[in-house]
Design a protein. Structure first.
Lengths: 159, 261
């Protein structure tokens, strides 16, 4: 019994040839630092951060009539009109539909509607409905923050 | 309003399901109304850990729209309530896991805590579970592959709008080469909610005629004690001293040993 205890103790203490994987620890710390998404005061910069965070190439937000609310690329009038019309047609035929995903040669073209806005997203790989919703919600809150900041700026100018 | 917490890790085998079951029971012992949901629709086994594998209506039926969510809730140990996931592979292929968010939102006014046992990986059903929860608690082991997967899960959870609140380090053996609690916290940039030691009693809990989570079978075991501390961290209430399961005498152990042979 005593021998067994001593043997276990010796194995536990003396036979432990392990050591902390310092290189891997540093690698993982660096990995997280590359995936930090901190918004700034600059709206355009925030749109780029959002693209990186949600792994998409571009996005465009339009009203239901196709007029552009915001575009990550600063244009997209044609995509806006086409996407809104397409979503409107599909919703008229399939009223329960939540999103439209189209596979193209150069990636995916995705349409999602939320709060009377259409979100048109392009990405190399398709996003699930959950991911499209998360992106749309975050984009909406950025827009509303930007609007509040804009309103505040206008008020200051008036004052 | 409930705190809806997804318990996730990215990597399989880190003990998410064991932590979910035992943490839920610990919270219930502190007087909290707790609902456990087996959100691992493909590889469900929370029901096995709770010893409640024969449930006729499961989350699969609710996700398929073939049953009401209230009909899929069962009474578990210590007052915990539980929604099992089905074991059928056919139904797994048919279910729409995206409906989980609306199912969870129907239940938030009835419980103090809703804990979701999330599958490994970052596939669709994982995304669905993470986006159903306002908060995510990561479970990892003190090894770099497990931490790497926890990191990815953290990034995905944040992308989906779930707040990652902390990390539980499981299977801690205090070997020299283990990555320390501080390093894990630093790497994940998250507070540690607890370090659950490797405890043979956890494994033994699955080797019983009637399976019961370790916190019920051996409440004084090191793993049970640490999980209770994690629950205390959530509630701010100290775990009441519980009567340990009936002590088995030496002769009784010897007798049962020969009976087994």
């Amino acid at each position: 019994m005593v021998f067994k205890i001593l043997k276990n103790f010796a194995r536990g203490v003396l036979d432990d040839d392990t050591s902390s994987p310092i290189v891997q620890i540093e690698f993982l710390k660096d990995f997280l630092s590359k995936h930090k998404y901190v918004y700034s005061q600059n709206f355009e910069e925030n749109l780029s951060i959002l693209k990186k965070k949600h792994l998409v190439d571009s996005f465009l937000v339009t009203n239901l009539d196709g007029s552009i609310v915001v575009s990550s690329e600063g244009n997209g009038h044609t995509d806006g009109i086409m996407g809104t019309a397409m979503l409107s047609y599909i919703k008229s035929e399939l009223p329960d539909s939540e999103s439209v995903l189209i596979k193209r040669n150069d990636g995916w073209f995705m349409l999602f509607s939320l709060n009377k806005k259409v979100f048109i997203v392009k990405a190399g790989s398709e996003l699930s409905n959950i991911e499209l919703r998360a992106l749309s919600i975050e984009l909406e809150s950025l827009l509303s923050l930007n609007k509040t900041a804009g309103d505040r700026k206008k008020l200051t100018q008036v004052a | 309003m409930s705190r809806v917490i997804a318990i996730a890790s990215g990597k399989g085998g880190t003990g998410k399901t064991t932590i979910t079951a035992n943490l839920g029971i610990a919270l219930a012992k502190m007087g909290q109304k707790v609902l456990l949901i087996d959100a691992d629709v493909a590889m469900a086994n929370l029901s096995l850990i709770l010893g409640m594998q024969s449930s006729p209506i499961t989350l699969h039926d609710v996700l398929l729209g073939e049953a009401q969510v209230q009909d899929s809730i069962y009474d578990g140990p210590e007052g915990v309530r539980f929604i099992p996931s089905g074991l059928s592979l056919d139904n797994y292929k048919r279910v729409d896991s995206e409906r989980l968010t609306s199912i969870v939102s129907q239940l938030t006014d009835q419980y103090d805590y809703i804990l979701l046992d999330v599958a490994a990986g970052i596939e669709k059903n994982v995304l669905s579970a993470l986006s159903s929860a306002q908060e995510t608690l990561l479970v990892t082991m003190p090894t770099s592959p497990a931490i790497a997967d926890a990191l990815k899960t953290k990034i995905v959870a944040q992308r989906l709008g779930s707040k990652v609140i902390g990390v539980v380090i499981n299977f801690v053996m205090n070997e020299k080469g283990e990555i320390s609690k501080k390093d894990i916290s630093d790497m994940l940039e998250l507070p540690s909610y607890g370090s659950v030691p490797y405890d043979p009693e956890v494994r033994k809990s699955f080797m019983q005629e009637k399976i019961a989570p370790v916190i019920i079978r051996k409440p004084s075991s090191p793993a049970s004690q640490e999980i209770s501390k994690i629950a205390s961290r959530f509630t701010g209430v100290k775990m009441p001293q519980t009567q340990e399961a009936k002590k088995v005498g030496f002769l009784e152990k010897l007798f049962s040993f020969f009976k087994r042979k």
